[in-house]
Design a protein around this ligand. Structure first.
Ligand code: KIV
Ligand code: ZN
Length: 524
């Protein structure tokens, strides 16, 4: 009997390296929702944040640590080699079942000289002291040598040997700037494997600046890495991190080349990717491997002909294996509560009774407008449910484009505040969206400095639902919100309201109200 294939540990950093990148910020509740989805997906360790970076990050880690007890997924916090960072991590992880502290320090000559002003000996000393400190607080400590790829290999060996001796169980080799190539990183891992032996697990962490993050991670595995750090949809600093879904499916489909196993339930890949898109509003490109809308679409006649004769002619994996529904069309206007709730469960949602009831009413309205309700429509409704629950309701709006009359587009809005009081607003602007936001500003009584605005369709057909996503910067923090509707202007208004609510909930000085509604704001 051949031995069981070796295990590759999947370390997801969507909530840390991913979340810190533009367009991907999440609040504590969103982090929690996504962390539960990652646990269901089967990741081994989840990096929930960087506790010392803000109270909000520490709070998010604490909530995730509590919620993930009993799931089998470990929870990790990043820390610089500073006592305060390590203690903040340990505190945030206090209730975690399997806590991990991930300490890092830059090791490359560039970083040592220009960022840290440290000699090699000082870097080793800081790393050893940090690992020892973290080991006094938790059993599981990971050490990362930031910019490892551009570090002198003999020095990297020295730092890693010292960190392992101090108690680090995992040694991570980040390609911080996405600079390496497959042949180079494979050789480096072979060298490190020989130097470190079985003292610690070697880990790879590749950024995608040259589009090589997944290829480099696979090469690192060939060289001896047994943990891969990655993110859903490849989100992350600059061009992102290695995409979890691509890595896992490469290992899965090419098991002949990579005789390894992971703990990932591949059928959760697409639902998890879509959950992330819904939370952050950051869509994946249509032709993205595994999770893009075109990943399994066969358009050309020759391909369709081949597919009809034998699926394997043009299909290297089945869409069902990665979680695409066999049939996308599931519900219609005759579908009842049970069918809707069952489908929601399949898509990974669990709504309380009141939310499920509100959602069902919205489903019925949508099903009257649309003959076919797709999974994406249903997901969009749940997102709309979030936007509707934002406190302030959009009760009516009217828009005139002014086209043909030589006038500016103008909008009129009616909102209902959480106390049931109506607020009206009017506005005009260069375009209808501009006019809409001006009317919302007046009705809501607060200004939102919209930094980015994007719309995209979330389902198919002429009557597809559109998703609007907005972001703003508030006291240096990026806040995003999305909403969906079959009417893209309504989706835009709902997203604006959700964003306004997120700002209003923030501690500290709120964005200056444009008129005196500060009291009702505080109650919202
Ligand atoms: O890319 C990087 O170097 C990192 C480390 C902090 C692990 O994200
Ligand atoms: Zn990174």
């Amino acid at each position: 009997m051949s031995p069981a294939p070796e295990r590759i540990r999947i370390f997801d950093t969507s909530l840390r390296d991913g979340e810190q990148s533009p367009g991907c910020s999440m609040d504590a509740a969103q982090k929690l929702r996504f962390a539960l989805a990652l646990a269901e997906l089967g990741v081994d360790t989840l990096e929930a944040g960087f506790a010392a970076s803000s109270d909000a990050d520490a709070d998010g880690i604490t909530r995730v640590a509590r919620a993930l007890r009993g799931t089998g997924t470990g929870v990790c916090s990043l820390a610089r080699c500073r006592p305060g960072d390590i203690e903040a991590s340990a505190k945030a992880l206090e209730h975690a079942e399997a806590p991990r502290i991930h300490v890092f320090i830059a090791t490359s000559p560039l970083h040592r000289q220009h960022k840290l002003g440290f000699s090699q000996a000082e870097v080793v000393d800081a790393a050893v002291r940090a690992v020892e400190h973290a080991r006094r607080l938790v059993d599981d400590v990971e050490f990362s040598a930031e910019d490892a790829i551009r570090t002198e290999p003999e020095f990297l060996e020295e730092v890693f040997r010292a960190a392992a001796k101090a108690g680090a169980r995992t040694l991570n080799v980040p390609d911080t700037v996405g600079y390496t190539t497959p042949a180079e990183i494979e050789a480096l891992f072979r060298r490190l494997r020989a130097a470190i032996g079985d003292e610690a697990i070697l880990s790879t962490h590749c950024h995608n600046d040259l589009g090589l993050a997944v290829a480099n991670s696979l090469a690192a595995i060939a060289g001896g890495a047994r943990q891969v750090e990655c993110t859903i949809n490849g989100i992350g600093e600059r061009a992102g991190n290695a995409a979890l879904e691509e890595l896992v499916m490469a290992l899965n489909v090419r098991a002949d080349r990579f005789p390894f196993r992971t703990g990932i339930d591949t059928t959760r890949l697409v639902p998890t990717s879509r959950l992330l898109t819904r939370i952050t509003g950051m869509a994946v490109q249509r032709n993205k491997a595994i999770v893009g809308a075109n990943a399994f679409a066969h358009e050309s006649g020759i391909h369709q002909h081949g597919m009809l004769k034998h699926r394997d002619t043009y299909e290297i994996m089945r869409p069902e294996t990665v979680g695409w529904a066999r049939s996308q069309m599931v519900l219609g206007r005759h579908s009842g509560r049970a069918a809707v709730n069952e489908r929601l469960g399949f898509l990974g949602f669990s709504l309380d009774e009141a939310a499920a009831e509100r959602l069902f009413a919205r489903f019925k309205t949508l099903a009257e407008k649309k003959k076919e309700v797709f999974d994406a429509d249903l997901e969009a409704l749940v997102l709309g449910e979030d936007a509707n629950a934002a406190g302030w309701q959009l009760t009516a709006f009217h828009l005139s484009t002014g086209a043909g009359q030589g006038e500016q587009p103008a909008a009129a809005i009616e909102l209902r505040d959480p106390q049931g009081e109506s607020h009206f607003g009017r506005g005009s602007g260069d375009g209808p969206v501009h006019a809409l936001f001006a009317a919302l500003t007046e009705a809501r009584g607060m200004h939102v400095d919209v930094e980015s605005y994007a719309v995209h369709s979330v389902s198919s057909g002429e009557d597809a639902q559109g998703q609007a996503s907005l972001s703003t910067r508030h006291h240096g923090e990026e806040l995003t919100a999305s909403a969906t509707s079959t009417d893209i202007l309504e989706a835009s208004a709902l997203a604006w309201l959700a964003l306004a609510q997120r700002i209003a909930r923030r501690p500290g000085p709120a964005v200056a109200p444009t008129r005196d509604i500060a009291a009702s704001e505080a109650r919202a």
